[in-house]
Design a protein around this ligand. Structure first.
Ligand code: S3P
Ligand code: PEP
Length: 434
């Protein structure tokens, strides 16, 4: 049980948030299937990305890690070897789903398993299109979950219209399409994060995205060469402090070198629409867009979030609910049924935690309706992450506004995406005015 603190004097100071989780995963994967040396700076050494690194090590890829710097010695995709043991995906949906796309076209068999939460998450969304459209062979449990066995096959190019708005499914399809005999076209339901496409092109592939931002053309069998990757700060981690800065009285925080890829900046759009006091300073970069964001205590207006808004803010929706709980009026989140299949059912867990804080919130099948107010009447001091990193960190930010210290069960879960979260929070609580 971790004691959560309040913030009567606000939060102040500057912070460089950890490296982006999605980009760190992809840097390890691309380094491992390319030829030559890949150097990754500001790698996120969270549990999920370490699961990805360990999986490739088990397939014969040599790497070295010194804190946030990782060097991968790649020998190309054909040099991956059958692992001696089943691969442990830990808590990471991204590792599992993207690996399925890579392994579908290898000439060996692999078994994947995960922790109790991951073994409940849906995997047919990846195995079915890979099997029916590209010729893969993947076995799941009768419930469509892990453990999975992937029997590597010769793959064929395809034209596939996606049924779910998911960057993980899209990326798995792209990885399989790279190994096919002819080009493929993948059409997204809604545009989702495009880190796979951007990074693959940096490593030498030919992936074209049409002007609609949804139609992706993949040319197979590229020569991929190792690169240097500067991982920008994770906007999904910055979002906890953007929220804290907006809702906690007397705060002013600057988050430095945050990734501003437009497929990820939904939380900034939300904060702007809610009337937050926020400034962005774009920074020069050779890679993904990046900048410093400053936020100060704000009077927030309510917001309505709909299906097409969701992909760019998917992992920040617990925080959008928290912002809404502090806004002057009623907010709604709809079209967010994907939240039900994350590390926890995040509609259920967010509703449960907000109700403990005394927030009036109605659960919908695809989202929630939240009545905001300036002061909550807390009715349960025991918050719980339920083993979900993003719920635990949302709880810690919410607790800053409480009238007394609260408790958090299963606080360790934060190490999945932000191992230094509580230390960074402490720094901002004791920080000088930025
Ligand atoms: O591709 C990625 O790196 C991710 C995609 C999203 O999942 P979905 O593809 O399931 O929406 C997101 O929720 C996850 O945290 C990371
Ligand atoms: C959903 C998440 O990750 P993953 O799907 O990789 O487990 C997340 O980080 O919020």
């Amino acid at each position: 049980m971790k004691k959560l603190v309040t913030a009567p004097y606000g939060l102040h100071g500057s912070l460089t948030v950890p490296g982006d989780k999605s980009i760190s995963h992809r840097a390890v994967m691309l380094g491992s299937i390319s030829k030559g040396k890949t150097v990754i700076h500001h790698f996120l050494a969270g549990d999920d990305c370490l699961s990805t690194l360990a999986a490739f090590n088990a397939m014969g890829v040599k790497s070295e890690r010194d804190g946030e710097t990782v060097i991968i010695y790649g020998n190309g995709i054909d040099a991956l070897k059958e692992p001696a043991q089943p691969l442990d995906m830990g808590n990471s949906g991204t590792t599992t789903r993207l690996l399925m796309g890579i392994l579908a076209g290898r000439d060996f068999e692999t078994r994947l398993f995960g922790d109790a939460s991951l073994q409940k998450r849906p995997m047919k969304r990846v195995s079915e299109p890979l099997s029916h459209f590209l010729g893969a062979r993947i076995e799941l449990t009768d419930n469509g979950t892990l453990p999975a066995t992937i029997y590597g096959q010769k793959l064929h190019g395809t034209h596939y219209q996606m049924q779910v708005a998911s960057a993980q499914v899209k990326s798995a399809l792209i990885f399989a399409a790279l190994q096919a005999d002819t080009p493929s076209t993948i059409i997204e339901k809604l545009p989702t994060r495009n880190h796979t496409e951007i990074m693959l092109n940096q490593f030498g592939a030919n992936i074209e995205t049409a002007a609609d931002q949804k139609t992706i053309r993949v040319m197979p069998k590229p020569e991929l060469t190792g690169q240097t990757v500067e991982v920008p700060g994770d906007i999904s981690s910055a979002a906890f402090f953007l929220t804290a800065g907006a809702i906690v009285a007397n705060s002013r925080i600057r988050l430095e070198r945050v990734n501003l890829n437009p497929t990820r900046t939904g939380i900034i759009t939300v904060l702007q629409k809610m009337g937050a006091d926020l400034q962005i300073e774009a920074l020069p970069t050779d890679g993904e867009p990046l900048g410093n964001i400053t936020i100060a205590t704000s009077q927030l207006k309510p917001i309505e979030i709909e299906a097409e808004d969701i992909p760019a803010v998917i992992d920040e929706l617990p925080l959008v609910a928290l912002l809404a709980a502090c806004a002057a009026g009623t907010s709604s989140i709809r079209g967010a049924e994907e939240l039900r299949v994350k590390e926890t059912d995040r509609i259920q867990t967010v509703v449960a935690e907000l109700r403990k804080l005394g927030v009036e919130v109605e659960e919908l099948t695809d989202g929630m309706i939240i009545k905001g107010r300036s002061q909550w009447a807390i009715n349960d001091d025991q918050l719980d992450s339920y083993g979900d990193h993003r719920i635990g960190m949302m709880d810690a930010i919410a607790a800053l506004k409480a009238d007394r210290p609260l408790q958090l069960a299963n606080a360790d879960a934060v190490s999945v995406s932000y191992p230094g979260f509580f230390q960074d929070l402490e720094r901002l609580l004791g920080g000088d005015l930025a």
